[in-house]
Ligand binder design. Structure first.
Ligand code: C2E
Ligand code: MG
Ligand code: MG
Length: 565
């Protein structure tokens, strides 16, 4: 009696576990026909027990798993007696669900298989969440294109595939031309919309099976795989250029940019995936140098010689985009009245590894390159922001900005200055002055002169920097309507000991008087320098003897405590 009672109790318990388990349970006979299912099974699959009894559970299958999957499952079941894993099945209404399934075998006393018991839980939500996370890790949220991580992966696969099939692949680095000015003029929202629309167009320009990824701001990389010969990609490049340059309407405005493309071909360029992308990047910069809106093929033979220079150039441009540059300010004073007349903005590179670098470490690399103009525009923006910042703290001083000859001649230079004046109405229009560098590289003096005049008309004065060093200074002096000559520091520094330098300084003073220009001396390192300058009638000065260039937050205090040289 007691034994039977105990057995009955155990059975009741088992039945209750079966019915109320949070897992779905399926019991089949050895043929695989269902003999029982529990309520959770019905809740997950939508099938009642009557509908499934006697059937083989394979009616639940989806096509997410192939025949091999089930073969392996049965192999494990017959040899080891159990199996577990994840699979996707259909519910009664046809939707897919993911389950975590454990199947065990029930044996009789002789070790013969009697039944199979499957326990499963619904993991659809976890799966979806996991997929979402994977998507976030691999796709650019704005354009929904693959990001750099997924691109690297795809590129490696494509390279392996190329080697197997003896075909070629092209890595195309694309950078938009003029995207920054769209952002500046119309705001980031419009910029984002433009990127989304261009991403779609570029994608349409590619062939099926090609990958397009967005790897940063306005930078994309396309991988064109399975090319038979190295000219196959040219039509695609042309389509990409066209797609990027086509105007995009936004409400009443039309937005238009173009693209510079850099291309490298694997396996001619027998590099690894990272290097291929870098080479395509370098080629892209050459396309920019060549005038933009074009493509440039990476030159493997030339690579070694141009490599270091291009890489340095790329490093500087990256740094600019990463906001690694800062401006220091060096005061300019009148050494007769001891009045502070302004300060000069001097750029520094806050290098993440090398520390604070002076311009001699990086400006020469930019010389004559379009990136020099980009840097100058950045400096101007930064100065305006600084002036506003100072103003909110009750401090104000005119600032001179160094401008390379390339920038000055860049299309729209004056307009951009004017736009900034409009943008910051709280600043007086003559608070900015410009110092032109490398005047000897000015290609067209007439145009340069008209630009200077246009700037003067909006209140911006000019100085000719490093005056005395360029061999054609006299012509420039006559033709360029600059207000001020800035005597190069090399003459000032040595004028105390070197009569030739002193003669040059005197000569420049005379020229300035004849041409009615003001003069300022840079490189004034001591009181003795100052006294000699005053004797010659030069009152304006700048130099370590007065102050070293300093971070902007120090300038107000310095100004408050300044007395005299
Ligand atoms: P610069 O425009 O002639 O600037 C004066 C340079 O002389 C600065 O060097 C300054 O730190 C240095 N200096 C000032 N007083 C003295 C002194 O008493 N003794 C000596 N030995 N040096 C003095 P820095 O900052 O290294 O700049 C070098 C050059 O780089 C500048 O010469 C200018 O041509 C260029 N530069 C600096 N900042 C910018 C910028 O934002 N944009 C552009 N395009 N060029 C810049
Ligand atoms: Mg200067
Ligand atoms: Mg100078």
């Amino acid at each position: 009696m007691t034994q039977r009672k105990a057995d009955q109790k155990r059975l009741q318990l088992a039945a209750s576990v079966f019915t109320h388990a949070r897992e779905g349970i399926i019991i089949t006979d050895v043929q695989g026909n269902i003999v029982d299912v529990n309520e959770t099974f019905t809740r997950i699959t939508g099938y009642s027990s009557q509908e499934v009894l006697g059937r083989n559970p394979r009616f639940l299958r989806s096509d997410r798993q192939g025949p091999d999957f089930y073969k392996a499952m049965w192999q494990s079941l017959t040899s080891k007696g159990h199996w577990y894993g994840e699979l996707w099945n259909h519910t009664k209404d046809g939707s897919l669900y993911a389950e975590m399934l454990t199947i065990g075998t029930v044996y009789d006393d002789d070790g013969q298989a009697l039944n199979y018991v499957g326990l499963f839980s619904d993991i659809t939500l976890q799966k979806e969440h996991q997929q979402e996370l994977e998507h976030i890790a691999h796709y650019d949220p704005l354009t929904n294109l693959p990001n750099r991580v997924l691109l690297s992966d795809r590129l490696r696969q494509a390279m392996a595939q190329c080697q197997r099939s003896d075909s070629l692949l092209a890595v195309v680095f694309l950078d938009l031309d003029g995207f920054k000015s769209i952002n500046d003029r119309h705001g980031h929202d419009v910029g984002d919309l433009l990127l989304i629309s261009l991403a779609q167009r570029l994608k349409n320009a590619l062939r099926e099976g090609d990958t397009l990824a967005r790897i940063g701001g306005d930078e994309f990389i396309a991988v064109l795989a399975g090319l038979e010969n190295s000219n196959n990609y040219v039509p695609v490049l042309e389509r990409m250029l066209q797609a990027a340059a086509e105007p995009v309407p936004f409400g009443k405005i039309m937005l238009q940019v173009s693209a510079s493309l850099g291309v490298t071909i694997f396996p001619q360029d027998a590099a690894d995936a990272e290097q291929l992308m870098r080479h395509a990047d370098q080629a892209m910069y050459q396309a920019k140098q060549a005038g933009k809106n074009c493509y440039h093929i990476f030159d493997i033979k030339n690579d070694i010689t141009i490599n270091t220079h291009t890489e340095q150039l790329i490093g500087i441009i990256r740094a600019l985009h990463n906001n690694e540059f800062v401006l220091y300010y060096q005061p300019k004073v009148n050494i007769r009245t001891n009045e502070i007349i302004g300060s000069e903005a001097l750029i520094r590179w806050q290098h993440p590894e090398k520390g604070l670098l002076e311009p001699s470490h990086f400006l020469p690399i930019l010389e004559g390159k379009s990136a020099a103009a980009e840097l100058d525009e950045w400096v101007i923006d930064k100065v305006f922001e600084q002036l506003v910042e100072w103003k909110t703290h009750g401090f104000s001083t005119p600032v001179s900005i160094n401008i390379s000859a390339v920038s000055l001649q860049n299309h729209g230079f004056v307009q951009r200055l004017y736009d900034r004046q409009i943008k910051y109405p709280q600043l007086s229009s003559n608070i900015i002055e410009l110092e032109i560098l490398e005047t000897s590289t000015l290609e067209d003096i007439t145009t340069a002169a008209s630009i200077i005049t246009a700037c003067k008309n909006i209140g911006i004065k000019f100085a000719l920097d490093d005056f005395g060093t360029g061999y054609s200074s006299l012509t420039y002096l006559r033709r360029l309507p600059a207000d001020q000559l800035k005597i190069d520091q090399s003459f000032i520094r040595d004028m105390l000991d070197d009569p030739d330098d002193l003669a040059i300084v005197k000569g420049i003073m005379g020229l300035a008087e004849a041409f009615k220009r003001t003069v300022i001396a840079e490189g004034v390192e001591s009181t003795a320098h100052g006294e000699l300058l005053l004797d010659m009638g030069c009152e304006l000065a700048q130099g370590y003897g007065i102050a070293h260039p300093m971070p902007p937050e120090m300038l107000p205090n310095w100004s408050a405590q300044w007395t005299k040289l």
